[in-house]
Unconditional design. Structure first.
Length: 271
């Protein structure tokens, strides 16, 4: 099976007022790849002062990790009210430069054709950096990098992204609120307007909506009983979806595997 690459900043999360813990796409994508027993490479950054706290649990997942120190670490306060999430951006992470993408990141991703980029804010990956990361690769992008303006305080979706960010993207993953903010709706015409070959919208307890080959299809998930912590569920979905696509699955089959994996993680069936 082809390995996949995950690129993004680690984060320091404080959920429901609890103790800070590791967060960010690299960690939650890594958990999904471990649960799937899939090969993958994690490329990430955080502040040197938080290396032990944040990098140790990531390395403990058993995947190859390539890390560089950064001037700062992304930090979030997160609270849930049912399916609604409230977030406060407490600190912004480092910006990934085109020079990094051509240098140490390219070395880390050598031979990997499928890469998921997991921004935590719009400033994480400028269009020029995404263009470099996409050279010779199929690039998946989390839409957090489109709608999260790089400013501290309560998170509010901001639609003023540069369309150049999507020029080299093969797969765009959005949460439902992000899709409704950026497009007129969830119909085929609206999802096609992104100009990306594959668009996947996660719908929480309702599953996921997949746009590919000009068609849109709903992929349901099974009901999950009880209260769960959904932090990182979107990242896990992205990693599982990309791993399935890299393994030859079509978009609908990949989404089915991804929603099943997320349900298993939320229920604690796999870790």
């Amino acid at each position: 099976m082809k390995p996949v690459g995950i690129v993004g900043n680690l984060a320091r999360d404080r959920v429901e007022g609890g103790r800070t813990r590791v967060g960010g796409g690299p960690y939650y994508c890594g958990r999904a790849l471990r649960a799937l027993a899939r090969r993958g490479v994690i490329v990430t950054k955080c502040a040197e002062s938080e290396r032990r706290e944040l990098l140790t649990p990531l390395v403990g997942l058993g995947l190859p990790v390539f890390w560089r120190p950064a001037p700062s670490t992304s930090a979030f306060a997160i609270e849930y009210d049912g399916d609604r999430r409230r977030m406060v951006i407490e600190e912004l992470g480092d910006t990934w430069t085109p020079e990094e993408a051509r240098g140490w990141v390219a070395e880390a991703l050598a031979g990997i054709e499928w890469v998921h980029v997991a921004p935590l804010a719009r400033s994480d990956f400028p269009p020029e950096t995404l263009a470099e990361l996409a050279r010779g690769r199929r690039l998946s992008l989390d839409a957090q990098g489109l709608v999260r303006a790089p400013r501290l305080g309560p998170l509010e979706l901001d639609t003023g992204y540069d369309p150049e960010m999507l020029r080299h993207v093969s797969i765009l993953k959005l949460a439902e609120d992000e899709a409704r903010a950026l497009a007129e709706g969830l119909d085929e015409r609206s999802l096609r307007s992104f100009g990306v070959p594959e668009v996947v919208v996660t719908l929480g307890a309702r599953g996921a909506l997949v746009y590919a080959d000009g068609l849109t299809e709903l992929v349901p998930t099974r009901p999950i009983a009880g209260r769960v912590d959904p932090t990182g569920a979107g990242d896990a979905f992205s990693a599982a979806y990309l791993a399935a696509r890299a393994g030859g699955a079509n978009p609908i089959a990949a989404a089915r595997r991804a929603v099943a994996l997320v349900a298993d993680l939320l229920e604690g069936r796999v870790r």
